[in-house]
Design a protein around this ligand. Structure first.
Ligand SMILES: NC(=O)c1ccc[n+]([C@@H]2O[C@H](COP(=O)([O-])OP(=O)(O)OC[C@H]3O[C@@H](n4cnc5c(N)ncnc54)[C@H](O)[C@@H]3O)[C@@H](O)[C@H]2O)c1
Length: 343
């Protein structure tokens, strides 16, 4: 089989630390073009991977013969660039949050349907070993009926991560549309849907900006969620956990409590109702902290989906359902009302 010809659009941190590295490590992928609006960023990466550098994604899509594209851009560009790439005949792996509105996400899904190409959203938390094991335990019935959960994702903020530091698009409403809730909360919205295999019907939230006075987006959010079967829980997303990261999820069931990424040594601890405890060492979750970037498995899954001509597990529809939870949280916070998500 000939190699997949791939372009990466946006050469900031997620492109450098994950997409480019993982495409480069894939034996059946060739990185043929890269694009960044900052010419030196595109040129540096192009030199490193022997690819062609572009500063305009439309020119890249017109000039280069491609199989697939990664969209690693600020949130407001996800929909227009993904749609342009799909219309140019490329499979698309788009970073999260999928889009800035329900309508944009739907337009991306329709573009994928029209083009017959794959659209995958980069919700990498689904590939974390402890999360996969917990899903397996829940699906097997070992946890019994699930009653409740809490899930959190917080760190000190993207200042130390984004290619543009404190002046990053991450903090600007017109480019990000949403802050910690879109950066981190959407990961946990997607994770909890994945773990429980349920959709969420009700959201109440307080989405605040109380840690970064220079940001025009939220940096601290607490949400209450209810699933279609009546499971209730909290989802928190924060750029105000300055002293360290929290990436933990706890699931409270009839037969066991599952503690995911809540212990420094054991990525999954299961406390059974009968008193037994099982501790799993399943490898580290990706984190922004030093040495925290481990393989995401996202790129391998995307390439497999292309080569096997299968839908990726995280389709546009999946990305949209996770996006709907954070959109509902914003609406709840703005209106002071409990929001129902239409199924
Ligand atoms: N899956 C994950 O865990 C994860 C982690 C971090 C970021 N992300 C997502 O990845 C996306 C990119 O984030 P990042 O952390 O790499 O940000 P970043 O600020 O480090 O990089 C963004 C890059 O896009 C470039 N850019 C901006 N406008 C452009 C344009 N019109 N054309 C070409 N390039 C342009 C910037 O110059 C910059 O180099 C975001 O959607 C973010 O939410 C996902």
């Amino acid at each position: 089989m000939s190699k997949q010809r791939v372009a990466v659009i946006g050469c900031g941190s997620i492109a450098k630390y994950r997409h480019l590295l993982e495409y480069d490590a894939h034996p059946e992928v060739e990185i043929v073009a890269v694009c960044d609006i900052v010419p030196e960023r595109a040129e540096d990466v192009a030199e490193q991977y022997q690819a062609k550098a572009y500063t305009d994604y439309q020119t890249l899509l017109k000039e280069v013969d491609l199989d697939a594209v990664s969209v690693c851009l600020p949130n407001y560009l996800h929909a227009p660039v993904s749609i342009a790439a799909l219309e140019a005949g490329c499979h698309v792996l788009c970073e999260k949050p999928m889009a800035t509105s329900y309508e944009e996400a739907q337009a991306m899904i329709r573009a994928a349907e029209r083009s017959g190409k794959k659209l995958m959203i980069g919700h990498n938390q689904r590939f974390v070993a402890s999360h996969q094991k917990a899903k397996e335990l829940i699906a097997s019935g070992a946890v019994g009926k699930i009653y409740s959960f809490r899930t959190a994702f917080g760190h000190g903020g993207p200042e130390g991560w984004s290619a543009d530091g404190k002046s990053s698009w991450f903090f600007k409403k017109e480019q990000a549309f949403i802050g910690a809730m879109g950066d981190l909360g959407v990961h946990k919205a997607d994770l909890i849907r994945y773990l429980l295999d349920e959709e969420f019907t009700d959201v109440s939230a307080i989405v605040a900006t109380n840690a970064k006075d220079f940001a025009t987006v939220d940096d601290n959010a607490v949400c209450l969620l209810k699933s279609e079967s009546g499971i209730i829980g909290t989802l928190t997303a924060s750029w105000a956990y300055k002293a360290g990261e929290d990436n933990a999820t706890v699931i409270y069931g009839e037969k066991a409590v599952l503690r995911l990424e809540d212990d420094p040594d054991y990525s999954l601890i299961v406390n059974y109702t009968d008193g037994a405890t099982v501790k799993y060492e399943l490898g580290k979750i990706q984190s922004n902290e030093a040495g925290g970037q481990t393989t995401s498995h996202v790129i391998n899954h995307f390439i497999d989906a292309i080569q096997l001509d299968q839908q990726p597990s995280i389709t546009g529809e999946e990305g949209l359902r996770s996006l709907q939870i954070i959109l509902a949280a914003l609406e709840s916070s703005e209106t002071g009302k409990h929001v129902k998500i239409a199924q």
